[in-house]
Design a protein around this ligand. Structure first.
Ligand code: F6R
Length: 612
């Protein structure tokens, strides 16, 4: 999604802004631009395409000055083009704005501005904002107030930065529904849509709340709410180390993040397990007595986090007596889900800024249902709107395709399930010790998979060229199959479907031919489902599908059916998705590499989807 960076202080803003934009590149974008103040004039440079193109434009037509704002745009309203790129200005060129989010009523605002004689130079919803501010500024004579009033007439979501030719040394910021963080330096301030843009600049930040508008000058900061009342914010430490946002010698962020998984999972275990027999979890403002008696849980999330939710449902129902539903955020908010204050809502999100997940959470809170979030980003909107948070603590996930955040979400579900099960007396203490013993083996098992890179790469090289791939799994590994297919399509662009293996004969079997790689997850060896899974693989074999099996080390029966086999260490079936999915992440990774794709910035995708 779009990225925002802004700077006010003694230095030339342009290199600072470009550095910040580079740090936000992982979010996905299709055009970029900067605007700076210099001697009473706003200078804008913007272009469709990558930051390199903006860099070339800045070399050909240099600008410098301070303050400044900058943006990477991910097109929603209007194609990626020079004209639609941000910053946008008002007709006089005095107000320049960068905007993330969507102004839903921009058509009517635009019509009323056209009636006032304004003309527009882009197709974007965002362009109405500098026009509105110019109008309100003429009425009020004060830019902070003008911005507040202008935004009051909008409907939708925004995070924005604004500079004006009338005020040197001043930058404005505002948010509603889209994230915005203010970085606090020595006689300088920064704004950004996402913390990684600020990592090398500041150690303390302020998170603006919805409806707030801020004026930043080197001398200080003023924040008001949507009614114009002054608001005070305490700065908080930035919380993530800069090195976490570097590639650490790996060729891509995604590969680095895949390799970080054993460490991330170990530290989650260390943080929540005491003496191998007790789960430590802070239930925030959700009463433990509520958790003791709750009979219903609804999980909401999107994309990869939705698949983590499906796993959470399976595990919670497997180990507790609670009835669990799992919904896509984009569906939950528009269906008529039946729940009330006695239902626990669990929202799962890496970023904590996903619009559909947040809308579902707000709907739940409107009905009085307590919300527990499983989230990776401290200070995110989701965290601030939840009564309890299970932090996945995976560190910044920069690769657009989610990897370590997913396995951390699975681990969080496992630990939370154990916590609930113990609290409610549904998991005995000996059973917990067994479960924990099994879960503790997962990080080492993942290490083993990471050491099979050469083999997995060879398999990817062999199968990446076909038009499509099918991923099959059962029970706990049905979500794994869905996630494996999603990883593949996201970064390799090979069409892929995840299916419950038992469902295959109800339709997708028609697709199977000698051109179709079918990835079969067969790790439930001591289980009734193992034989059933092997029968499903035989169905594929009979139709000459190209069978790639993920199986436990030494499994001969699976090997006999497979054209290629990825062996993974045996772990308890409930926790096998954490291990199996790593093999599928690597398979997708090397397929994408073989196809020559930009793995960290896959086409059309955004890291955090802050629009509906
Ligand atoms: C897939 C991926 C997306 C996200 C989804 C939800 O690799 O990254 O499917 O999982 O957009 O994002 P969060 O977890 O930030 O709510």
């Amino acid at each position: 999604m779009c990225g925002i960076v802004g700077y006010v202080g003694p230095c030339d803003a342009v290199p600072i802004l470009m550095d910040g934009l580079h740090r936000l590149e992982y979010r996905g974008y299709d055009s970029a631009g900067v605007a700076v103040y210099h001697q009473g004039t706003i200078h804008v440079r913007k272009t469709a395409g990558r930051l390199e193109r903006l860099g070339e434009l800045l070399s050909a037509e240099p600008i410098s000055g301070t303050p400044g704002i900058a943006h990477t745009r991910w097109a929603t309203h209007g194609e990626p083009s020079d004209a639609n790129a941000h910053p946008h200005t008002d007709p006089s060129g005095k107000f320049a704005v960068v905007h993330n989010g969507i102004i839903e009523n921009y058509r009517e605002l635009r019509r009323s501005l056209i009636d006032l004689g304004h003309s527009f130079s882009s197709q974007t919803d965002s362009e109405v904002i500098p026009h509105l501010v110019a109008v309100k500024r003429a009425e009020t004579g004060d830019t902070l107030e003008a911005l507040r009033l202008a935004l009051k007439s909008t409907r939708g979501a925004y995070a924005l930065g604004l500079i004006t030719a009338d005020e040197p040394d001043t930058i404005y910021a505002a948010r509603e529904g889209s994230p915005l963080v203010i970085g606090i330096g020595e006689k300088e301030y920064f704004i950004a849509s996402d913390v990684p843009a600020l990592l090398n600049r500041v150690s303390r930040v302020i998170y603006l709340n919805d409806g707030e508008v801020a004026r930043l000058t080197p001398e200080g900061l003023t924040v008001i709410d949507s009614d114009g009342r002054t608001v005070r914010h305490a700065a908080v430490p930035i919380g993530i180390a800069e090195e976490a946002a570097d590639r650490a010698g790996f060729e891509t962020f995604m590969l680095k993040e895949i390799h970080e998984q054993p460490r991330v999972l170990r530290s989650l275990l260390d943080g929540h397990v005491r003496n191998g027999e007790e789960i430590v979890f802070d239930t925030g403002t959700i009463d433990r007595s509520f958790l003791r008696r709750v009979e219903r849980i609804m999980i909401v999330s999107c994309g990869t986090a939705f698949y983590a939710g499906l796993y959470g449902k399976l595990l919670l129902e497997h180990l507790t007596e609670i009835a669990v539903e799992c919904d896509l955020g984009s569906e939950f908010r528009y269906r008529a889900p039946k729940f009330d204050r006695n239902t626990l809502i669990i929202a799962v999100s890496q970023s904590g800024e996903t619009a559909d997940t947040l809308a579902s959470v707000r709907m739940a809170r409107g009905r009085g249902a307590p919300v527990l979030s499983i989230c990776n980003v401290p200070g995110s909107t989701l965290v601030r709107e939840s009564q309890a948070v299970f932090y996945t603590n995976a560190g910044p996930e920069i690769g657009v395709a989610s990897t370590k955040a997913f396995t951390a979400q699975l681990m969080a579900f496992a630990l939370f399930t154990f916590y609930l099960g113990r609290l409610r007396g549904e998991i005995a203490s000996t059973q917990l010790q067994e479960l924990l013993g099994a879960l503790q083996r997962v990080p080492d098992a993942i290490h083993y998979v990471l050491n099979s890179t050469a083999l997995i790469r060879g398999i990817a090289d062999k199968h990446h060229a076909g038009p499509s791939a099918l991923y099959l799994g059962r029970r706990f590994n049905f979500p794994t199959a869905l996630e494996g297919a999603l990883k593949n399509k996201e970064i390799s662009y090979q069409h892929a479907e995840g299916y419950a293996a038992g469902e295959m004969k109800h339709g997708p079997i028609a697709l199977i031919s000698e051109y179709m790689p079918v990835i079969c997850i067969c790790t439930a060896t001591e289980d009734e489902l193992y034989e059933k899974m092997l029968s499903n693989v035989k169905e594929v074999q009979a139709r000459h599908g190209r069978i790639i099996v993920v199986a436990n080390t030494g499994d001969q029966a699976a090997a006999e059916l497979a054209e290629d086999i990825i062996y993974v260490p045996k772990v308890r079936e409930e926790f096998s998705p954490l291990v199996n999915v790593v093999a599928l992440q690597l398979l997708a990774y090397y397929a994408a590499q073989a196809r020559g794709n930009d793995i960290d910035k896959p086409r059309n995708l955004a890291k955090s989807v802050t629009v509906e």
